[in-house]
Design a protein around this ligand. Structure first.
Ligand code: UD1
Ligand code: CA
Length: 455
C-alpha cells in the first residue's frame, strides 16, 4: 500500500509552560519530533509531511536536511484542521498514517501491525488503556464495533468512565481521505477541528472503522507537560537498559543509569550505578565502567576499566587501559593499549602511546606522547600562551619527574629523564638527565624567628 505519513507538530504545547515549541523538547537528548520521524521512517513511506505552526521556523531548522515535507498550519485550530492543511500535499490515492509529534515512544512495529490489521476499513485507529485515562479521547464502542471518539472535554460522565483511549495514531484509506477529513467541523467544547471526529463521520457514512489495541500502554504516552516528559524519559531509559541487558551487559542497577544515545557493547560488559551515556558509545568485551561516570561519543576497547567519577568525551580508548578514578578525558584524546591514567588527570587533544602512564594530578593537552612514558605527579603541559596553543612532543621511554612544567612548543627526546620540579622550555636531549631548578642550599646562618613581645 503506498503510504504517506503526516506528523502533527504545530501545537504550542501550552501545558509545557515553555517558550520552546513542544515537539522540540528533548527526550534522551533529541527532540520529541525526531523520535517520531525516526520511527515513521522505518516504515519506508513515500513521503513524510510534518505540519508545523507554532515556532514553525525553529522546528524546521531543527529538522532540516531530513527529506521532510513541511506544511504550515498558520492558526492552530485543532488536529483535524492540521490534517486538512495537508490534503493538497499528500500524494494522490495514498493511505495516510497520522502520527502526533508529542507521542514519541511509538515503535515502527506497532505502526506496521496497525497497517496489517486495517483490512477493508476506511479508518484504523490505535487505542490503548492508560492507567489514568483523563485528558485522552475515549473510544466509544457498540456491538457493531467502534462508533466514535469523544474528547475528554466533551465526554459525559459515563463516557469518561471508558478506559479505552485514542493514542493519536490513525490510518486513513487513500480513497476516503479527502471526503472524511474534508467533512470535519468545530462544533464542540473547544471549538476545534478534531481529527478524532473522522471516526464518527466514517461510521455514519456506513464505512467500517478498525481499532487495534496497543498492548503496551507506555508506548503511546503523550507528552503534554513536564511531568509526562519526565515519565516518558524514564520509560525510554527503561527500554534502553532492557536492551543492554538483553545483550548480556551486567547493569548493577537498571534504575540508576541514563542512556541518551546509542551504546554498542561486546561481551561481559559491566556498568556500575549512576553512569550517563550520551551520543554514540562503544564498549568492547569485558569493559568495566565504575560508578558515576559520564561517557559521551567515545569508544573503549576490550578489557579497559574506567574507575568511578570519570568523564570521557569524544575519545578513543584502546585495550586494557585503566582510567580514573576522578579523571577527565576531553575531546581529541586517543589512548593506545595498556595506558594508565590516574586520579585528577586531565587530557585534551592528545595521543598517548602504548603502556604510558600519567598517574596523578596532571594536565596533558595538545601532546603527542610515545610509548612506555612515565609522567610524574603534577606534570603540566603549558600549551597556551594566552593567545595560541602549542604542541608538546614526548618521545618513547621518557621519564618525567614530578611537578614538571613543559612549556610548549617543546620536545622531549627518546629515553630522556627530567628531574622533578623542572620548568622545561627547550628541547630535552635523548638518553640524558635534564634538570632545570636552583640547586638545594642550606643556610647555616639562619635561625627560627622568635615571637616579638607585643607590649
Ligand atoms: C489528542 C487527541 C486525543 C488523544 C490524544 C493522544 C484530538 C482532538 N485529540 O489530544 O483524542 O487521546 O491526543 O495523545 O486529536 N496539533 C497541531 N495543530 C493543532 C493542534 C494540535 O499540529 O491545531 C498537534 C500538536 O502539536 C500535537 C498533536 O497535534 O503534537 C496533538 O495535539 P494536542 O493538543 O496535544 O492533543 P491532545 O489534547 O493531547
Ligand atoms: Ca497531546
Amino acid at each position: 500500500m503506498p503510504l504517506s505519513i503526516v506528523i502533527l507538530a504545530a501545537g504550542q504545547g501550552t501545558r509545557m509552560k515553555s517558550a520552546r515549541p513542544k515537539v522540540l523538547h528533548e527526550l534522551a537528548g533529541k527532540p520529541l519530533l525526531q523520535h517520531v520521524v525516526d520511527a515513521g521512517r522505518a516504515l519506508e513511506p513515500e513521503q513524510i509531511i510534518a505540519v508545523v505552526g507554532h515556532g514553525g521556523e525553529l522546528v524546521q531548522a531543527a529538522m532540516q536536511g531530513q527529506d521532510l515535507y513541511f506544511v504550515e498550519q498558520r492558526e492552530q485550530l485543532g488536529t483535524g484542521h492540521a490534517l486538512q492543511q495537508c490534503l493538497d500535499h499528500v500524494n494522490p490515492g495514498n493511505a495516510v498514517l497520522v502520527l502526533y509529534g508529542d507521542v514519541p515512544l511509538v515503535r515502527a512495529e506497532t505502526m506496521a501491525s496497525m497497517i496489517e490489521q486495517t483490512g477493508d476499513a476506511a479508518v484504523c485507529i490505535l487505542s490503548f488503556e492508560p492507567p489514568d485515562p483523563s485528558g485522552y479521547g475515549r473510544v466509544v464502542r457498540q456491538q457493531a464495533g467502534v462508533q466514535t471518539i469523544v474528547e475528554h472535554k466533551d465526554a459525559t460522565p459515563e463516557q469518561r468512565a471508558i478506559g479505552e483511549c485514542f493514542s493519536g495514531l490513525m490510518l486513513i484509506r487513500g480513497d476516503s481521505l479527502q471526503r472524511l477529513v474534508g467533512a470535519l467541523d468545530n462544533d464542540n467544547a473547544q471549538q476545534e477541528y478534531y481529527l478524532t471526529d473522522v471516526v464518527g463521520i466514517a461510521v455514519s457514512d456506513g464505512e467500517s472503522v478498525a481499532a487495534v489495541v496497543c498492548d503496551d500502554p507506555d508506548e503511546v504516552n503523550g507528552v503534554n507537560n513536564q511531568q509526562q516528559l519526565a515519565a516518558v524519559e524514564r520509560l525510554y531509559r527503561g527500554r534502553q537498559v532492557e536492551a543492554l541487558m538483553e545483550h548480556g551487559v551486567k547493569v548493577y542497577d537498571p534504575l540508576r543509569i541514563d542512556l541518551r544515545g546509542v551504546v554498542e557493547v561486546g561481551q561481559d560488559v559491566e556498568i556500575d550505578v549512576n553512569c550517563v551515556f550520551e551520543g554514540t558509545v562503544t564498549l568492547g568485551d569485558n569493559v568495566r565502567i565504575g560508578a558515576n561516570c559520564v561517557i559521551r561519543n567515545s569508544s573503549i576497547a576490550a578489557g579497559s576499566v574506567i574507575q568511578p567519577m570519570t568523564s570521557i568525551d569524544e575519545a578513543v580508548i584502546g585495550r586494557n587501559v585503566s582510567i580514573g578514578p576522578f579523571a577527565r578525558i576531553r575531546p581529541g584524546t586517543g589512548l593506545a593499549d595498556d595506558v594508565r591514567i590516574g586520579n585528577f588527570v586531565e587530557t585534551k587533544k592528545s595521543q598517548i602511546g602504548q603502556g604510558s602512564k600519567v598517574n596523578h594530578l596532571s594536565y596533558v593537552g595538545d601532546t603527542e606522547m610515545g610509548s612506555g612514558v612515565n609522567i610524574g605527579a603534577g606534570t603540566i603541559t603549558c600549551n597556551y600562551d594566552g593567545v595560541n596553543k602549542s604542541k608538546t612532543i614526548i618521545e618513547d621511554g621518557v621519564f618525567i619527574g614530578s611537578d614538571t612544567q613543559l612549556v610548549a612548543p617543546v620536545r622531549v627526546e627518546r629515553n630522556a629523564t627530567i628531574g622533578a620540579g623542572s620548568t622545561i622550555t627547550k628541547t630535552v636531549p635523548a638518553d640524558k638527565l635534564t634538570i632545570s631548578r636552583a640547586k638545594q642550599v642550606t643556610i647555616g646562618s639562619w635561625s627560627k624567628p622568635v615571637k616579638k613581645d607585643s607590649k
